[in-house]
Design a protein around this ligand. Structure first.
Ligand code: MG
Length: 161
């Protein structure tokens, strides 16, 4: 059995006049993620983890920020497209683990919904997808409420060398 680990990280500025979408879930808040797509930092980190594990490039190559096709794109649609390509190479998902950091709002009430949305897009049980919510302890751009940051790791496996 061939196994691969992937790591992804993303950060987006939090600004007025944008929706806050994390893990495919709309989170009520007075600010949202700046970005070319919907700015879903959690999904972007996960996409990079999956692509990295499979050796298929990175999110910037797949969905260039200057490309009008991805303006305000639903990042869950981007995830489904990437996962289709990764799965097409014979990979199966063992598990995903993620950390989302923002000073506000509290994300814990949305965690199970995020797990279920991500797991649904990846075709696995939610038990294989975990999301942890952290704050920045008042430090740096995350702690001062100017940014949301996400980290994701995944493990893929497939038969053969
Ligand atoms: Mg991003």
């Amino acid at each position: 059995m061939d196994m691969r680990i992937g790591l992804g990280r993303d950060v987006h500025r939090l600004v007025a006049g944008r929706r806050l979408t994390l893990g495919g879930v709309a989170v009520p808040f007075d600010k949202g993620e700046a970005g070319h797509s919907d700015g879903d930092a959690l999904v972007h980190a996960l996409i990079d983890a999956l692509l990295g594990a499979a050796g298929l490039g990175d999110i910037g190559e797949w969905f260039p920020p200057g490309d009008a096709r991805w303006k305000d794109a639903d990042s869950m649609g981007l995830l489904e497209r990437v996962w289709g390509a990764v799965r097409g190479e014979g990979w199966r998902l063992v598990n995903v683990d993620c950390v989302v950091s923002c000073e506000a709002p509290r994300l814990l009430p949305y965690r199970q919904m995020m797990r279920e949305r991500l797991a649904g897009a990846l075709g696995v049980d939610a038990e294989r997808v975990f999301v942890k919510a952290k704050t920045g302890e008042g430090l740096g751009d995350v702690g001062e409420g100017r940014a949301v940051e996400a980290l994701a790791v995944c493990l893929l496996q497939r038969h053969g060398a």
